[in-house]
Design a protein around this ligand. Structure first.
Ligand code: 9D3
Length: 242
């Protein structure tokens, strides 16, 4: 899989991409992740990527021309262009799995007060948000999405970290985990885990997972409604199929 991250702040990506699983995945040749400096597609001396909004108001808006030129260069017949923005469709594990089946993803990262709407309307396949909170920079959101997608690529995880038996595919929260010592400051590990009765342990873990989910995330147990369900006329961020 090839992944391009188009942003005026490519340096934000360096840390996460050079550590842990994201690094390993690139070393193994499973994914090639390339931060791209949007300023490389500007024509002016000041390498301008933003300008003041039509209609007035505070803040700056990202200009369409550098983005248009960059996407023209980066796009391929098989690529999918994703725009990270607070207006996007909420990202989840299902979206991660769908994106993991693509061969070329281009992440366009927002910044400032926004991006010229014509970018979303004409240059982007899909708009994604990572949640209802305000970040300073879309590149951080892109890295979150990339991490969730890339770890699903076959061979990305060792036997230790199995993607298959993961939380959210079930979809229940995980059961609690314990390791040595069996007693610490009088805090004991549940006796059943020391019993050696594997069938009983498995049953206990399932109960714990269900109980935790009921208490902490009852929404996960409600009948699952996918974000794509509902009236497409009223959905602003409907996925665009190429
Ligand atoms: C003044 C209105 N702001 C929207 C709430 C403008 C604005 C704030 C922050 C526009 C962009 C940003 C930067 N954030 C992202 O680009 C972003 C984001 C986010 O802030 N939260 C959750 N998901 C995402 S994906 C991209």
């Amino acid at each position: 899989m090839r992944i391009d991250i188009l942003t005026p702040f490519p340096e934000i990506c360096a840390g996460p991409l050079s550590s842990s699983i994201l690094k390993r995945v690139q070393k193994k040749g499973l994914a090639e992740i390339c931060p791209r400096d949007l300023r490389d597609w500007t024509n002016d001396r000041h390498r301008t990527t933003d300008d003041s909004p039509y209609g007035g108001g505070p803040g700056m808006v990202m200009k369409i021309e550098p983005i248009y030129r960059a996407l023209n260069d980066l796009r391929s017949p098989s690529s999918r262009t994703l725009f990270l923005s607070p207006q996007g469709r909420p990202f989840n594990q299902k979206t991660a799995a769908r994106l993991a089946a693509e061969t070329h993803l281009i992440f366009l990262c927002g910044h400032y007060e926004g991006v010229d709407q014509r970018v979303c309307d004409h240059l982007v396949d899909e708009e994604i948000s990572i949640g209802d909170y305000v970040l300073t920079n879309g590149a951080l959101a892109a890295l979150v999405v990339i991490d969730a997608v890339v770890r699903l690529l076959p061979g990305a995880l060792g036997n230790e970290e199995s993607a298959v038996r993961d939380s959210f595919q079930k979809p229940l929260l995980d059961h609690p985990h314990y390791t040595k010592p069996a007693v610490f400051e009088s805090w004991e590990v549940p006796e059943i885990l020391l019993s050696g009765n594997h069938a009983a342990i498995e049953k206990w873990r399932e109960q714990q997972a269900l109980e935790r989910t009921r208490t902490l995330r009852p929404d996960l147990l409600e009948t699952q409604r996918t974000p794509s369900a509902g009236n497409s006329e009223t959905r602003a961020n409907e996925e665009k199929t190429p």
